[in-house]
Design a protein around this ligand. Structure first.
Ligand code: SAM
Length: 261
């Protein structure tokens, strides 16, 4: 399947997307000379920032998008590495101090299994810091999911699952809190936070999701089909949200942190 990630499009709202990452890093308790991994590291800029902000002996960024990896690779240093890999399967032998994942876990199913595997990679006292979007009930997501179920789009997707991964995969904050407890995190913090983004206009919501949630449609369509889908999506989204300038985009996210005993 095509790699529909476009690092340039994704980074159009880099400042807005970075804020939850800073908030996530602020949850991490300082430990000297950490061995850390950033799962779903994307273009690697935030991985580099984390490596600089935290006292890491080694930081590895992992992502399964060759286009994202191509952006990240030039950032490599003696202490900062990147490699292609599937975060849904990733684990290691209890020798990491920190697992971070910012806006990536939502793309994989079965968070109980996946967070269990990530936890197995941590040594005693190790920390997990994960941020996932939780805005599946907002029109930016509901309108595209509903449109994909209509013809002709439904036939274009030819039976592929184009359901919203945030709706399908992301658990409630309470469920993550229970899961962290079950997995042995003796300290934890789980919160739902609304990030309010002031965008230039309602149309910027489309530009935002082009860099993320619309990629799941793009990878299955020709360029013309995708633009037709986006045109209709834009028409309906603007109809629902109103044609406003500026536009206030409220974006719910779950930030979770835990520390093993
Ligand atoms: C929204 S981006 C977040 C990137 C980065 N963490 C940041 O905050 O800028 C999501 C990233 O998750 C990656 N991703 C999605 N599913 C993945 C999987 N199964 N294995 C590895 N990476 C995955 C995508 O390639 C993409 O780079």
């Amino acid at each position: 399947m095509a790699d529909a990630w476009n690092p340039t499009q994704y980074q159009r709202f880099a400042d807005e997307r970075a804020q939850p990452f800073h908030d996530l890093l602020a949850l991490v308790a300082p430990v000297q000379r950490m061995r850390a991994v950033d799962l779903g590291c994307g273009p690697g800029k935030l991985t580099k920032l984390a490596a600089e902000h935290l006292d890491v002996a080694e930081m590895t960024g992992i992502d399964n998008s060759p286009k994202m990896m191509a952006q990240a690779m030039p950032l490599r240093t003696e202490h900062l590495h990147f490699s292609l890999g599937d975060i849904g399967q990733w684990t290691a032998g209890a020798d990491y101090d920190l697992v971070i994942a910012n806006a990536s876990l939502q793309w994989v199913p079965d968070h109980r299994f996946v967070l269990g595997r990530w936890t197995m990679a941590l040594q005693a006292g190790g920390q997990l810091a994960v941020q996932v979007p939780a805005n599946h009930d907002y029109p930016s997501h509901t309108v595209s999911a509903a449109l994909a179920r209509e013809e002709p789009y439904r036939s274009w997707f030819a039976g592929h699952d184009v359901g919203d991964p945030v709706a399908a995969n992301v658990l409630s904050p309470q469920s993550y809190a229970e899961l962290l407890d079950t997995l042995g995190y003796v300290q934890q913090s789980v919160r739902l936070q609304v990030y309010g983004h002031r965008l230039q206009s309602t149309n910027d919501v489309v530009e935002w999701v082009r860099g993320t949630s619309l990629t799941r449609f793009q990878r299955l369509l020709s360029a013309e089909q995708f633009e037709q889908f986006v045109d209709e999506y834009t028409r309906r989204l603007v109809g629902e949200l109103g044609d406003r300038s500026p536009f206030f985009f409220p974006f719910k996210r779950i930030l979770m942190w835990g520390r093993l005993g």
